[in-house]
Design a protein around this ligand. Structure first.
Ligand code: GLA
Length: 397
């Protein structure tokens, strides 16, 4: 009995300790969707310059997540190496540069012998690789699950092994669990030491998966995340995968499987719902050649403030009649975030009884996309375009 209690306490302490690594959802830029395997140190430096100079770091996007295809095998002592052609100056120099810009550097590996794209991975080398990442100055590890057994106990064990290795590496390194939600990571990823876990297969630049081959549209991932809200909180987040905002159907992998691009209304819905659900925000568009509309969506400080709210609640759905969906999220300072989404393909009029918010007579509705505040009594009425989401920060008067 004593041992059981001691074990439970220690499990709880480990999870709670690692919660402190990412008390709000990590935000940054991830290389995969746009650049796939075409990455190098020059590109990462350019992205760092852009993020530091052009408002992203200031808005909270602190990480550059280098995804798959950076690896160049192992040396004679089995130390993992970066590809010498892509990263000739080495990862430590690159991390130093990224840090000098006030940013953090993420890297990628896999809990098997090979990564998803077939590069050297970390299974069996967890301690050694974690130590190497720490020496380089890495701040985040996205840890994938390709070529690994489809068994949740094994997955738990493999992720825990890497989390423990990171914990013992001498550096604070956030662990992102990338198992795609197939083995119920909501039940074990936090205990294993992950700060977040992917809930779905890879996001595609589309509203809805029409080919049903494992590619995920925005609405598909919202549907998967919706019932999982209870599992997330400060330090342990639902990772809904990369933002496709601004990819315009020209991204690499996210243009597979019918991903021809979304409308900007749909991109705004993705940003809205990823923030309502407190998902990490990993941009993946052509950040070096972006348009103003993309910046307007990604750099909206009011929606980011909902994503980063200190209470760390995840929105839950409220039943309402009609075709629109309504989501509520409690925010710090006695405020609530309210999202109204029209998932249908036709415009929808909605009359929303404000009793869903409590029993106050009058509310202030701050429209975070229109940047306007209005007074509301009894019902909120409006029309939503197909796939549109409106988000309000609500306070009592
Ligand atoms: C998997 C992951 C993606 C990406 C690729 C890289 O598919 O889910 O996010 O990291 O591997 O190979």
């Amino acid at each position: 009995m004593f041992f059981a209690i001691a074990l439970l306490t220690s499990l709880h302490t480990t999870a709670a300790n690692r919660d402190s690594l990412a008390l709000t959802p990590p935000m940054g830029f991830m290389t995969w969707n746009k650049y796939k395997e075409d990455i190098n140190e020059q590109l990462i430096r350019q992205i760092a310059d852009k993020m530091a100079a052009d408002g992203y770091a200031e808005a909270g996007y602190k990480y550059i997540f280098i995804d798959d295809a950076w690896q160049g095998g192992r040396d004679k002592r089995n130390n993992i190496l970066p590809d010498p052609e892509k990263f000739p100056s080495g990862m430590k120099a690159l991390a130093d540069y990224v840090h000098s810009k006030g940013l953090r550097l993420g890297i990628y590996s896999d809990a098997a012998l090979l990564t998803c794209a077939g590069y050297t991975a970390s299974y069996g080398f967890e301690q050694q690789d974690a130590k190497t990442f720490a020496e380089w100055g890495i701040d985040y590890l996205k840890y994938d699950y390709c070529h690994a057994p489809s068994d949740s106990a094994v997955a738990h064990e493999r992720y825990k092994k890497m989390a423990d290795a990171l914990q013992n590496s001498g550096r604070k390194i956030v662990l992102g669990v990338c198992e795609w939600g197939q083995l119920n990571p909501e039940k074990w990823a936090r205990q294993a030491g992950g700060s977040l876990w992917r809930v779905s297969f890879d996001v595609r630049d589309m509203w809805k998966d029409i080919v049903k081959q494992g590619g995920m549209g925005i609405i598909d991932i919202i549907n998967i995340a919706e019932p999982l809200y209870k599992y997330a909180g400060p330090g342990h987040w639902l990772d809904m995968d990369m933002l496709v905002v601004g990819l315009d159907g020209k991204g690499g992998p996210s243009s597979d499987l019918g991903g021809v691009g979304c409308t900007y209304t749909e991109y705004q819905t993705q940003m809205s719902m990823w923030c309502m659900f407190a998902s990490p925000l990993a941009m993946s568009h052509d950040i070096l050649h972006e348009n103003e509309e993309t910046r307007r969506i990604l750099l909206n400080k009011e929606i980011i403030a909902i994503n980063q709210d200190a209470l760390g609640e995840v929105a839950h759905r409220v039943d309402v009649p009609g075709k629109c969906r309504v989501y509520l999220r409690q925010l710090s300072g006695n405020r609530q975030a309210l999202a109204i989404m029209n998932p249908s393909d036709t415009p929808q009029r909605i009359q929303l009884p404000l009793s869903i918010l409590g029993n106050t007579k009058e509310y202030n509705f701050r429209d975070v996309w229109e940047h306007k505040t209005t007074r509301q009594r009894k019902t909120w009425q409006g029309t939503l375009q197909p796939h549109e989401t409106k988000v309000f920060t609500v306070t009592t008067r």
